[in-house]
Design a protein around this ligand. Structure first.
Ligand SMILES: Nc1nc2c(ncn2[C@@H]2O[C@H](COP(=O)(O)OP(=O)(O)O)[C@@H](O)[C@H]2O)c(=O)[nH]1
Ligand SMILES: [Mg+2]
Length: 457
């Protein structure tokens, strides 16, 4: 990775808006922009760090835009290099013109995530903080944003470091013992070492135990809306989204493809998928849709089985009732508005399932449904304000490897297996922890992580 050139990117969306920002980082930032900037007051070269200055960007006297510029001098900047941010009008034309001018004058277009990658490579942030930047930008709920903020603040880094330090202290005793064997000290240290390893393992287990739930919090809970045709799946999707997203008609088989949309309930993101109704059909397109329904259903974290409360149960309904996994399914009894009784007559048939009576048409029962979805999603816990959870698969897998090696080390110590084995297991646990924070992460993996960022971040 080349760090000595000057990179540039548009950091705001290319849409007409109040402001647009162009970000430049590298040793040549100031000298590159100096001749292109006509200051109203302070000159760019004399600009104090982190202070806005006012002027015009021009090319050989031709004005491109009136701007505010902030110079953030090394090392007190996002990347730790000289960084300049040009605040111009949020016009896609202006933004592109300024960008192209800077490229012609010698800056290089930044790759996705390259500013953050430089901050990481210069050691200003660790890999978990870099990942938190992307997570925060893409957060789809308050809870996800808060988890990203805790991570950005360095809480995950600190938690991993604490485990690492415990392992390092044991590893150094073990390695000293290998070099200078002394049976007496070795024996007294064994208990203290075991205690440190137990402590480290408990901390790590705590982190790993929340990882699946942390990932769901970050990505949003996937919710499949399933049921036979015409029970009101698409109507329910529209009601929950508060928009007419899916086509609704009285004809069975209207929805053929899956439609995914996100909503937020009490700070949590839910990714709802409306599916093709399940039934036997000769129609080729509908059959392909139903296959998709089965795939969505299997992968979903939660399932809403929609039933028409105003009609008798059909064969297709009954087989779905028997097939669903009761732990992750809510029965949604729809079309409450057409029902004259309190509950449908067949209510007993679904006695093993949690259920809620609603009308997708009028919106009645919607709050209860949302409350039940939230309760089901948070059965495995909800992070509190200051909690730090692992939230991505990469971190989770590395933490699991660290824990496996740590358990082997503990076992080795308990069973007097010899310091050499112990040292190897401690090393591999430390390596896996180092991967989480980016100390021992392979270059190609780093490349992959940053390539998923936005341009300009
Ligand atoms: N009265 C009433 N009709 C509904 C309700 N929900 C859906 N419908 C109607 O049922 C029909 C099928 O709805 P749709 O959402 O397309 O069902 P899907 O095939 O399960 O997606 C449409 O005519 C809807 O207007 C409801 O709560 N009350
Ligand atoms: Mg439908």
């Amino acid at each position: 990775m080349c760090l000595d050139d000057t990179i540039v990117a548009i950091a705001t969306p290319l849409q007409p808006s109040g402001l647009g920002i162009i970000r430049v980082s590298g040793n040549e930032s100031i000298s590159l922009i100096e001749p292109l900037f006509k200051a109203v007051g302070n000159k760019l070269k004399e600009a104090k760090t982190h202070k806005l200055i006012h002027g015009w960007i021009h090319e050989d006297g031709k004005l491109l835009d009136q701007v505010l510029i902030v110079v953030m001098r090394a090392p007190h900047s996002y990347t730790t290099e000289d960084v300049i941010e040009i605040q111009c009008h949020g016009s896609p034309i202006v933004l592109r013109n300024i960008l192209s001018l800077l490229l012609r004058k010698g800056a290089r277009l930044a790759k996705a995530g390259e500013f953050t990658q430089r901050a990481f490579l210069h050691g200003r942030i660790d890999l978990t903080q870099a990942e938190a930047v992307a997570d925060l930008i893409h957060a789809s709920s308050d809870v996800a944003a808060n988890l990203a903020l805790q991570q950005l603040h360095g809480k995950l880094y600190d938690a991993i470091n604490q485990v690492k330090n415990q392992l390092i202290s044991v590893a150094s005793l073990v390695e000293a013992n290998i070099e200078f064997p002394d049976e007496e000290t070795e024996f007294t240290q064994r208990d203290a070492c075991l205690q440190s390893l137990n402590c480290a393992a408990a901390d790590l287990e705590n982190l790993v135990s929340h990882a699946d739930q942390g990932r769901r919090m970050r990505e949003g809970f996937s919710v499949a809306l399933i049921g036979r045709p015409n029970v009101g799946k698409s109507s329910l999707l529209n009601t929950l989204l508060c928009e007419q997203r899916a086509i609704v008609t009285p004809l069975p088989g209207t929805t053929r493809d899956s439609i995914e949309e996100s909503i937020q309930i009490r700070g949590l993101a839910f990714r709802l998928t409306d599916t093709a109704g399940i039934r036997d059909t000769e129609d080729l397109i509908e059959t392909a849709g139903i296959q998709r329904t089965h795939n969505t259903w299997q992968r979903a974290d939660l399932v809403l089985l929609i039933l028409d409360a105003s009609e008798k149960l059909e064969e297709d309904d009954l087989s779905l009732i028997h097939e669903v996994d009761k732990n992750r399914t809510l029965a949604v009894l729809n079309k409450k508005d057409l029902l004259s009784e309190e509950l449908p007559l067949w209510h007993e048939e679904i006695s093993g399932l949690e259920s809620v009576l609603i009308s997708a048409k009028s919106g009645a029962g919607r709050n209860e449904l949302e409350a039940m979805l939230f309760a089901k999603a948070t059965l495995e816990g909800l992070p509190q304000q200051d909690d730090i959870w692992l939230t991505n698969l990469r971190q989770q897998e590395a933490a699991k490897r660290a824990l496996t090696a740590l358990s082997r080390a503990k076992e080795g110590l308990e069973q007097f297996k010899g310091e050499e084995f112990l040292a190897v297991d401690l090393r591999s646990s430390l390596n896996a922890l180092g991967e989480i924070v980016g100390e021992t992460t392979a270059d190609d993996l780093l490349g992959q992580i940053f390539s998923k960022f936005c341009i300009g971040k």
